[in-house]
Each structure stands twice: as C-alpha cells, then as structure tokens.
Design a protein around this ligand. Structure first.
Ligand code: ATP
Ligand code: MG
Length: 630
C-alpha cells in the first residue's frame, strides 16, 4: 500500500514520472508524446501529443464490463420523477444528443452554452459536446438574463441548450423568457436555441427559425451512432465561469487529458469511490464541483452518479439520507452552506435511515466552521472531510486522502496539499514563505498540476494578471489568506480582499467568523472590515440566530456573548465594533457570503455588482439594520 506521504512526495519531486503513471488510468487513442511542457510559464501543457476524449473515457470504455450497471440516477423532488440510466442507455442517449448537435452544425471547437437544472439531459448534453469536441459552457440555471448574456458574449456559442423551466421549492421558474432576454441583450446571440421541455411552462413561446424542440430532434436521431472525436490533450474541453463573488466572472478553460487524469486519480485517492460504487454530489451541474463530481469523475471511474434536483429539506430534511440508504451511497459530497441549512432542522433526521454504506462526507466551497463540522459528524456518525478548491483548479487543492490513508481530521482545516500541488504560504509584502502558524497568502508553485485551468478563455493576459502578477516570483495566487500549522495542515482565513487591518494587526474574516460561531446561539456569521478613523479598520459582525423569533433582549444578550467570545479567543484587537443580528445573510447563488457587499453597505458605499445575489431581501434587511444601528 502506498501512503499519502510517499505519493505526495513523488508527485512534487518527480512530477513527470508521477503523472505518466497516473495517465495510465484513462484510455488514450494516441499516447502522450511528452508528459509536461512548461517552456512558456505560467502556461503549461500536460500529456502533449496525447489524444483522448472525455466522453469515451466516461462511457464507451465501460460498456463491455458494466453496460448494464447504473451510470446515472437522476432524482428530482421537484418533479417527483426518478430516472435510472445504465451505461448502455447513457451511451445511447449521448450518441443521440451528439447526432442532434451535429445536425445543427456544431462541431469541434464550437462553444455550446447549457442553461439547465440538475436533470439527466444536462448530463447528456455535456457528454455529447465532449464526444464531438464541442466546448460546453454550463451556466447555472438560477442566473438571471444579465448573467447569461455576459457569458454568451464571452463564449460566443453556436448553440444554446436550455430547459423550458427549473423548479425550486415547488415553484416553476420558466427559463425560456430569461433565455430570450439574454439573447436580446447579447451582442453575439447563438443562431439556435435548443429547448429540452419537461412540460413545465405552458406559455412557452418559440422564436421561429431560431428555437428548436429537443424531443422532436431526438426522435429523428434516436439510435444514431456518432464516432468519438479524438482531441489533443490540451485542446479545451469546457469553459466555466467563476462564481463572481469578487467581481466579473472569469471564463476558466479546462483541457481534456489533464482533466481526465486528475479526476481519475481523485476518484480513488480522495473520494474512495471505485467502479460499481455510488457517489452523491449535491452540487448544481453549473458549478465546478458539479462538472467534476456530478459528471466526469464518477463516470470516468465507472461508478454510479446520483444527481439530485431539489431542496435538501423537501419533502423533509431526511431526503438526502433517504437517498443514501436507497442507493447505498458510498461517498457524499456537499457544501457547508447546505449543512447549515440542515442544522436548522431537527438532528433526528440524520439518524432516520440506514447509512451503513456511507463512508465519507466531503464538503467544499466555503469555510466549514467547527460547530457545523462537529454537528454533522456527530449527527451521521461518519468522517466529514473539508475540501478546499476553486473553480480554477477543478479538483481539490487541500484535502485528506481516505483512499490512500486517512490522516487525522482537524476541524477548521481542509487538511494537506493534494497530490501534485506544491503549496506555499507566503508573506504578502516580501513574497517569502512564512513560518508555521504565521499568516500569509496561499500560492501554488508552478506548474499547476493537471486538472487545473489552462488559461482564461481567449484572454491569456488576464490569466497572467489575475493569478500570477501578485509577487516577484511567478506563483499562482489563490487570493486566499491562510496559515499552516506545524503538522502541515492549512487553515483558510478568508480572501485576501477581505483581510481586516486593525491598527496594523492583520485578521482574517474567517478567524472572527469562526470565533463568533462557537457561541451556541449563532446560526451563521459574516464579518467584514469597516473603515475607522482611529484604527484604520474595525471588524463588524452580521449574524443570524438559531432561534428564529428572538426578541430585542435576547438579541442583545447574544450579541454580548459573541463579543466576549471573540475577545476570549482572539484578543481585544479582534473585538467586533458592532454586531447586527438579522434574519438572513446575503449570498451568491452558489451559497457564498457576499462580504464585499456587506462591507460596502456598512461603509455607505454602493454594494457593487449584485448579479449573482441569491435573495435581494437579505441586503435590504441589512440596509435597514445599519440605519437602525442594531
Ligand atoms: P470569484 O472568483 O468569481 O470571485 P469565487 O472565488 O467565490 O468567485 P469559486 O471558485 O466558486 O468562486 O470559489 C473558490 C473560493 O471559495 C476559494 O478561493 C475560497 O475563498 C472559497 N473556498 C472554497 N472552498 C473552501 C474551503 N473548504 N474552506 C474555505 N474557503 C473555501
Ligand atoms: Mg475566486
């Protein structure tokens, strides 16, 4: 048995030998001629000259051994439909979809925007693009027309594929009017819109000549076979825009071979899922986690994907665990935000179902605060593993590796460097590596490992400027503030933009949030630095309480307790200057706290681009709380 330590050392000391070995996990039409070309940093090319295809690796190569095994289980608690699809059926659906794409003139290198919720056809569409070498760009179905138009103009797609509607909490959200508005606003709208209708929108209007109905074309091409298009390893496989928490989203470009090899490695070494086992990732297909672990990773591994459309609390807060029981899920992957939603429900839901098949729960996307980690660990009685990554990286940067040997979980830390990542925590000013337990910026020493972005779509200059221009040395800045302990565990303290400077002391927003959250009355907290004449900046807290109906006295008592907690754990410099107790915190559609907007409001500035905001009501409430002063 190889250990994590051994494999990690090899991955950073002899990257070419390491990745040459990992590349054997996937099928190549033509083997790589060279493992790494990093002659033009910060760009690098992995598996140069190798030819492969994501769809072939996700489907075709499994047909002989596991054609009748389930590949995809699509469960919707919105439509109350479940589709169980074998590898053979998936092959047929994807070939049919690919034939439809070809009939519309879509081919290698063409972009296809996919605007759909977590439904089986979204997976078919992605894989069909991969099959013919078209570049998909999935746009989260909850985004408004403006967001969609921005992405259309950047990607300039030949086709847009959309669902007629999504659903959320039983409410139908028609997509087609949003698509129409986006196409009207876009400078280069796609010539065709392909509508996958579930009959949810009775008023669906079609634009003659532009709009096409998938069911009709599917019937025409059903059973067609479309040969796989072999792509050079470094050709783009897909584009995916970052969440837009800190500004204009960037079009992350992913390659083919490196992406497949990294995912294949992660499936066994990190997620501990092998062929025939089931992985349940709760992410939307529109996010990076959804691409890697709702679609490509598990399928490349020959596993079964459980895709879920619906709320974690509907029909009741036991639904996810019920699905884990029913489909004998081995590994589940979700987000801290989702667990905090469940935390507001009765903990007995966590014990209602047979979770004997479930081994691991991974959580990524936002800081996982210790009380939440403890609550879910105790609740399901399984190992819960924090996972740190970015849309840019496409797979974890920091994690633990239960598929190799599980190192101890330390709450509050996503753990150790992932295989292939040379990580440093460096001083912002000098660029030198800081000592253990000192704070700095988390950076990746090039070359970025396989799986990470290759560039920003059609903007190499922005790729360099956004990630590689922050220090004298050419390193990839994560733009996250971090600290590494003596055991090598890294703790993320917040985004570098969000660091608070109180009278010369640098504090991560995350540190204070974590401290506030240890007060038992708190459900969730956001901390921002607000301008102060005397100290430069002071921390200001916005928090929600577990008790939904707290009166003024209770709020006051909770705020005092939070303040004491921060002073006890972090000292007087971190003392929150003000604490506002509200009913909801502003978040992006992907569940990330919009600290920048909170800060702007607290400093009486314009909250900026709010196009990715989930619930505008939350910001309104904050505005009122600030005016009231409590
Ligand atoms: P944008 O880059 O467009 O502003 P974003 O950074 O929110 O948006 P993502 O790529 O979805 O877009 O998120 C990555 C960021 O999320 C990380 O850089 C980090 O700040 C945060 N993050 C992700 N996972 C974790 C984690 N496990 N612990 C702490 N923070 C995390
Ligand atoms: Mg980011």
């Amino acid at each position: 048995m190889t250990t994590y330590d051994e494999l990690y050392r090899q991955s950073v000391e002899q990257p070419e030998a390491f990745w040459a070995e990992q590349a054997r996990a996937i099928d190549w039409h033509r083997p790589p001629q060279r493992i790494l070309d990093d002659s033009n940093p910060p760009f690098r090319r992995w598996f140069v000259g190798g030819e492969t295809n994501l769809c072939h690796n996700a489907i075709d190569r499994h047909l002989d051994a596991r054609g009748d095994q389930l590949a995809l289980i699509a469960v919707s608690t919105e439509t109350n439909l479940t589709h169980e699809i074998t590898y053979r059926e998936l092959h047929r659906e994807v070939n049919t979809f690919a034939a439809v794409l070809k009939s519309l003139g879509v081919g290698r290198g063409d972009r296809v925007v996919i605007y759909m919720p977590n439904m089986a056809e979204a997976v078919f569409a992605m894989l069909a693009c991969a099959r013919i070498g078209a570049i998909h760009s999935v746009v989260f179905g909850g985004f408004a027309a403006h967001n969609l138009a921005l992405r259309i103009d950047d990607a300039q797609p030949k086709l847009l594929i959309c669902a007629d509607a999504g659903m959320r909490g039983g409410k139908v959200i028609p997509y087609k009017p949003l698509v129409d508005a986006a196409c009207a606003a876009a400078k280069s709208p796609p010539p065709h819109v392909l509508i996958v209708s579930r009959g949810l929108d009775p008023d669906l209007a079609r634009v003659a000549g532009r709009d096409l109905d998938y069911a009709e074309l599917r019937a025409r091409h059903d059973g067609a076979t479309v040969p796989v298009e072999w792509l050079e390893s470094n050709e783009p496989s897909y584009l995916l825009y970052t969440s837009g928490t800190t500004g204009k989203p960037k079009g992350v470009q992913r390659d083919v071979g490196g992406h497949a090899v990294a995912l294949a490695l992660s499936m066994w070494a990190i997620y501990d899922v092998r062929a025939g086992q089931t992985m349940f990732t709760t992410s939307d297909v529109g996010w990076a986690v959804g691409h890697s672990y709702n679609v490509y990773g598990p399928l490349i591994a020959g596993a079964t994907v459980l895709l879920y459309e619906g709320l974690p609390t509907s029909p009741d807060a036991g639904i996810w665990w019920q699905l884990c029981e029913k489909y004998r899920v081995r590994t589940m992957f979700s987000s801290p935000t989702a667990i905090r939603v469940l935390k507001k429900q009765d903990a007995s839901w966590l014990r209602k179902y047979d979770l004997s098949a479930l081994k691991w729960l991974f959580l990524a996307g936002e800081p996982l605060d210790e009380p939440t980690a403890q609550w879910i660990t105790d609740g399901i009685g399984k190992t819960v593993i924090d996972n740190y990554w970015q849309t840019e990286t496409g797979w974890p940067v920091l994690c633990l590796h239960p598929g190799l040997d599980l190192k101890p979980v330390k709450f509050g830390s996503p753990g150790l460097p992932n295989l292939g990542y040379k990580l440093r925590v460096i001083d912002e000013a000098s660029g030198r590596e800081v000592a253990p337990n000192e704070k700095g910026v988390l950076v990746i020493v090039p070359p970025l490992p396989p799986g990470c972005m290759t560039t920003i779509w059609r903007d190499d200059a922005r790729f360099k400027a956004s990630y590689f221009s922050h220090f004298k040395e050419l390193v990839y800045s994560s733009l996250d503030w971090a600290v590494r302990d003596v055991d090598g565990y890294t703790f993320i303290l917040g985004r570098t933009d969000d660091v608070i400077n109180v009278a010369g002391h640098r504090l991560g927003t995350r540190e204070i949030e974590e401290s506030v959250a240890t007060h038992s009355g708190v459900a969730e907290a956001a901390v921002v630095g607000v301008h102060d004449e005397l100290k430069g900046q002071v921390p200001v807290v916005f928090a929600t309480l577990k008790a939904a109906q707290a009166d003024e006295a209770e709020k006051r008592a909770n705020a005092d307790a939070m303040q004491r907690r921060v002073v006890e754990t972090l000292g007087g410099v971190a003392r929150p200057a003000r604490i506002y107790i509200v009913n909801a915190l502003p978040k992006t559609r992907s569940g990330k706290l919009l600290r920048r907007s909170l800060q702007a409001l607290a400093e009486q500035r314009d909250p900026g681009d709010l196009s990715t905001l989930d619930d505008p009501g939350a910001l309104e409430e904050i505005r009122r709380a600030l005016e009231r002063g409590s």
